[in-house]
Design a protein around this ligand. Structure first.
Ligand code: C6P
Length: 405
């Protein structure tokens, strides 16, 4: 069956709106993707008909809400090929998932233990480790990348010592689009007795993820970047690691028994889910996953790849435009600058023309430093974007170049 982008667009009412009198061209999908009607309907339906707290009530509404959240957990398990739903923890998103690992797994590390990050990490995969380092004296080492945005795997290998305990790396760079060789990095980490945590925030909506195939010990992602609701995400963790880890937060639902003499913890995954979760969002994640699966992750990836190639070719004809991130096989993210134009000014002018892109450091300041820049303009594509939108974008870039360069 051919890819019917117009049918997909019809699922996203927001794509019909105008911005500054122009049809919206939404190219800020790496920041957050839009949400199809089926996901919004699911959220509405919960609020209208089945809202009740989960895991706490014998009454029918609570049972239904609990079942919906647990079905979504099973759907997420299947989606990333985890072995058990005990290994699927609902979080507020990637940031909270990574903080959970840094705080809880990190508490098992000793002063002088080493962790390896890469220069292209999002701040969410840097700062939690820096907080850990300042608390516990672990040492952070950083894998460099080349001018295309490809990680230096020889340097990576050379960073391991007898003290290396953990590697944490983005599956896909939110700035460069580089798809990192996480399976190979996992193999190397395991050879050295270290575990690997993968930040999948930019990967799950663009490629098929198989946590066991990768050999990931932890894998984190956010629902809002994959057509799902906000404030919901997943941390996958290998059971034996999660079992050995202390709780991240304390509160309701994460306990076995509480007494002032000593408290015990709930079984997995609830040990890591303190307090009332966003059960409405958690349940709606299933709708988002099933929506992507109905289109087909491979079909989405192929469509986005075609847009990426088409856009890259067109952009390189715009006077003064330079692209940051040229790794082979990259995902559909294009960071760029035009001549000496400030990224912010370019973003404002594009917005005047109805085109939404992100500007700035993209929460990746060490990477900006690596390339000697303060920020970029970033266009990122999703399942519903079209070649016609790319044409409007290139035409707009020409106008920007004529005005600013
Ligand atoms: N990147 C972007 O515009 P949260 O905010 O928790 O959903 O995701 C954090 C995060 C972690 N890792 C990577 C690789 C990411 O890209 C992001 C979010 C957005 O690039 C917002 S800064």
């Amino acid at each position: 069956m051919s890819y019917d982008v117009n049918a997909i667009r019809a699922d996203f009412p927001i794509l019909d709106r105008k911005v500054n009198g122009k049809p919206l061209v939404y190219f800020d999908n790496a920041a957050t993707s839009q949400t199809p009607r089926c996901v919004v309907d699911d959220i509405d339906d919960t609020y209208y008909h089945t809202k009740a707290n989960v895991h706490r009530g014998v009454h029918t509404l609570s049972q239904e809400a609990t079942a919906a959240m647990e079905e979504s957990r099973e759907c997420a398990r299947r989606f990333i090929n985890a072995a058990s739903t005990d290994e699927i923890i609902f979080t507020r998103g990637t940031t909270e998932a990574l903080n959970l690992v840094a705080s809880s797994y990190g508490s098992l590390l000793s002063p002088g233990d080493e962790i390896i990050l890469t220069v292209m990490e999002h701040h969410s995969n840097i700062v939690p480790w820096q907080l850990l380092a300042s608390r516990s004296g672990v040492v952070i080492k950083v894998v460099p990348c080349d001018d295309r945005g490809v990680l230096d795997l020889d340097a990576y290998r050379s960073l391991f010592t007898g003290r290396t305990r953990l590697v944490s790396v983005a599956h896909v760079s939110n700035v460069l689009g580089t798809v990192n060789p996480v399976a190979e990095m996992a193999r190397i980490a395991h050879e050295h007795g270290a575990v690997i945590c993968v930040d999948g925030a930019q990967a799950v909506s663009h490629l098929k993820v198989d946590v066991r195939g990768i050999g990931a010990d932890f894998y984190a992602f956010s629902s809002h970047k994959m057509y799902g609701p906000t404030a919901t995400g997943i941390l996958y963790g290998r059971r034996e690691l999660l079992e050995a880890m202390p709780p991240y937060q304390g509160g309701g639902e994460m306990i076995g028994h509480v007494s002032f003499g000593g408290t015990t913890w709930a079984d997995l995954p609830y040990k890591f889910e303190a307090g009332t979760p966003d059960f409405v969002g958690a349940a709606a994640l299933k709708e988002a996953i099933e929506y992507m699966e109905r289109i087909g992750i491979d079909a989405i990836a192929a469509h986005e790849h075609e847009l990426l190639e088409y856009a890259t070719e067109g952009m390189l004809t715009v006077p003064g435009l330079r692209i940051y991130g040229t790794a082979p096989g990259k995902a559909a993210v294009i960071s760029f600058l035009i001549g000496t134009a400030h990224h912010y000014d370019t973003g404002i002018l594009l917005d005047q023309l109805g085109i939404a892109v992100r500007t700035g450091h993209h929460c990746a300041q060490p990477l900006m430093e690596r390339f000697g820049i303060e920020g970029t303009v970033r266009a990122s594509f999703a399942a519903y974007n079209t070649r016609e939108e790319v044409d409007s974008f290139i035409a707009a870039l020409r106008r920007v170049a004529a005005m600013l360069v």
